[in-house]
Design a binder for this molecule. Structure first.
Ligand SMILES: CC(C)(COP(=O)(O)OP(=O)(O)OC[C@H]1O[C@@H](n2cnc3c(N)ncnc32)[C@H](O)[C@@H]1OP(=O)(O)O)[C@@H](O)C(=O)NCCC(=O)NCCS
Length: 176
């Protein structure tokens, strides 16, 4: 079978906009963290599905931290981009920005890396994902660093032995 065509990041970039409604908030009038994570998962899965041209499932989420509260009535914009595909998985970078209804006070709130696995529709087994073709400087940086993030998450989830995490070891060796 021929190798799938490498796809540009822009081919699957996905933007989602939401307004924080009363039902999304905690008793202090701020967006519930779980609701933000749900939106992040949705935008990331749409991006991963477009990149993989397949059904995808969330395999892991790294480093979601909430830098500042998001208030009732604020407009939340979520941007998802594919950073790198491995074999059957693809890493998606999600950035979250907020602004008021007038489009003022634009701020970045948080970011996270999601890993999705593409599944074959019939067998529901993991299936190969096309490579990501990085073009810009930022896309290249995200592409290169994705190997280390993958090693870290696989070690932390017990799927890789620490001694197999060669990229992380090389990084620490460079710092010595
Ligand atoms: C994700 C899932 C399909 C992996 O199945 P599996 O039998 O472990 O498959 P494999 O061992 O062949 O691994 C498939 C890929 O998943 C990746 N993967 C598995 N677990 C992972 C984890 N915790 N973090 C990151 N990647 C992971 C593997 O690295 C591999 O990627 P690669 O092919 O690019 O190298 C399976 O664990 C699953 O269905 N999980 C539930 C997904 C789900 O329902 N998500 C929504 C939660 S409510």
């Amino acid at each position: 079978m021929s190798e799938p065509r490498a796809k540009r990041v822009s081919e699957s970039e996905t933007i989602m906009t939401e307004m924080v409604m009363p039902n999304d908030t905690n008793p202090m009038g701020n967006l519930m963290g779980g609701n933000l994570m749900r939106w992040m998962d949705i935008v990331a899965s749409i991006c991963a599905g477009k990149h993989a041209e397949s059904h995808v499932v969330t395999a892991s989420v790294d480093h979601v931290s909430f830098r500042r509260p998001i208030r009732l009535g604020e407009v939340v914009t979520l941007r998802a981009r594919a950073t790198r595909a491995f074999n059957t998985s693809v890493e998606i970078y999600v950035e979250v920005y907020t602004a008021d209804i007038k489009g003022h006070n634009h701020r970045q709130c948080n970011h996270a890396y999601f890993t999705f696995v593409a599944l074959d529709e019939k067998t529901l087994k993991p299936r190969p994902v096309p490579p990501v073709l990085p073009l810009t400087k930022e896309e290249h940086e995200l592409y290169e660093s994705a190997v280390r993030r993958r090693e870290l998450r696989l070690v932390l989830s017990g799927r890789m032995k620490p001694e197999q995490a060669t990229e992380i070891r090389n990084l620490f060796a460079e710092m010595d």
